[in-house]
Ligand binder design. Structure first.
Ligand SMILES: Nc1nc2c(ncn2[C@@H]2O[C@H](COP(=O)(O)OP(=O)(O)O)[C@@H](O)[C@H]2O)c(=O)[nH]1
Ligand SMILES: [Mg+2]
Length: 208
């Protein structure tokens, strides 16, 4: 996937200058965005204070201390009944798209949806009606979905309840997240699920 992204952006994963990978991460506050960014970079991302003070700004560059080649922009996602953030995101992407400096462009969108929270909504239908740039949907907190399927009383003699719960949660992920998203007019390039403790994300995105 990295090959595709960098081919698309006209750069190179290894020969580009620092700051060559710029991400827009979209998702409701609390859905796990900062956790993902920090996991990806292996370091702290300093966005918490500004969020706490309510000074949210999509233009703000979130940079990890040890990984200057990675820059993220953060959007709080789309609320039902208001177009404000959707418009903010679209105009931000349009503006970045017209920039001639490749390093200023957004190379990929990570669109986060919390697994245990809601099915696909109007916001996703709207967002995936039009192609912007490569998009990966990340269904976050998959472990919570697994937990929802865990039996209250564990029967120690029966089959492994965790394995069964994981299978059920995976089915749920395919049926209620992956399938409808892939059926959108302009579907995301990838739909993945992620738990905080999982290394799948790193395997998916680490080019080395
Ligand atoms: N159970 C679980 N909790 C998570 C996961 N990812 C993040 N969290 C927790 O959810 C809360 C919000 O996460 P954060 O990354 O700050 O969300 P943000 O507001 O989207 O940046 C924190 O307490 C995290 O520890 C996950 O995959 N599973
Ligand atoms: Mg955050």
């Amino acid at each position: 996937m990295f090959g595709r992204i960098f081919k698309w952006s006209g750069g190179g994963a290894s020969d580009g200058p620092p700051g060559n990978f710029r991400v827009l991460i979209i998702g409701k506050t609390g859905c796990g965005k900062t956790t993902i960014l920090e996991k990806f970079c292996g370091a702290k991302i300093a966005d918490a204070p500004s969020e706490k003070r309510g000074l949210h700004n999509i233009e703000k560059e979130l940079v990890a201390v040890n990984n200057k080649g990675f820059i993220a922009h953060d959007s709080r996602g789309f609320e039902a009944g208001t177009d404000a953030e959707f418009k903010r995101v679209t105009s931000f992407l349009k503006k970045r798209e017209t920039m001639t400096d490749l390093l200023q462009k957004i190379h990929i969108i990570w669109y986060c949806i919390q697994a245990d929270c809601r099915p696909i909504q109007q916001a996703e239908i709207k967002f995936f009606a039009k192609r912007f740039i490569p998009v990966v949907v990340i269904v976050t907190k998959f472990d919570c979905l697994v937990q929802d399927y865990m039996p209250d009383d564990e029967d120690v003699s029966g089959p492994d309840p965790y394995e069964e719960a994981t299978d059920k949660a995976t089915e749920n992920f395919h049926e209620y997240y992956e399938k409808p998203l892939k059926a959108m007019p302009e579907p995301p390039d990838f739909v993945i699920k992620l738990s905080k403790g999982s290394f799948r994300f790193n395997r998916m995105f680490n080019p080395y």
